[in-house]
Design a protein around this ligand. Structure first.
Ligand code: C2G
Length: 130
């Protein structure tokens, strides 16, 4: 357990599934840096704008004890640049991305952690709606 851990996400309508993966990611190293997807990238990934703006999502993630630093993730194509820029030793992602980032194993350790079942921003929005 050493070095810088990097993870990415939209983290919209923050919930314990997000918290758990961030705390587990943080335990993989000395410091956790989080790339929070811009509103634009979230629209590309999810097909809808996030409920919380990028500024609000960065504020929430940045306030977490287990997070040392946050930055805006502009594109899914910039991971190599982000890994180099932050000199990350470990890239952590939820296992819904299993295998998708194996190409970076030449640069850093790639760890896929199991998602927390039965909770998602989409489900929360649906629950609130009814
Ligand atoms: N997550 C989780 N359990 C849940 C929901 C989400 O562990 N119930 C994890 C996801 O696996 C991801 C992180 O929380 O690692 C953030 O989830 P999203 O905000 O949905 O992020 P995503 O759209 O997967 O963005 O470059 C990668 C992308 O930006 C990742």
């Amino acid at each position: 357990m050493h070095g810088t851990v990097l993870t990415f996400g939209t983290f919209d309508v923050f919930h314990v599934g997000h918290l758990r993966i961030l705390e587990r990611a943080a335990s993989c190293g000395v410091r956790l840096i989080v790339g929070v997807s811009t509103d634009q990238l979230s629209i590309v990934k999810k097909g809808r704008p996030p409920v919380y703006t990028q500024a609000e999502r960065c504020e929430i993630i940045g306030a977490l004890k287990c997070v040392e630093e946050v930055f805006l993730e502009e594109s899914l194509e910039l991971k190599r640049d982000y890994i180099l820029h932050y000199k990350a030793n470990t890239l952590v992602m939820g296992d819904d991305w299993l295998g998708k980032f194996d190409e970076f194993e030449s640069m850093c350790k790639v760890v896929y952690l199991t998602r927390t079942p039965a909770i998602s921003t989409t489900e929360i929005i649906e629950k609130i709606r009814v």
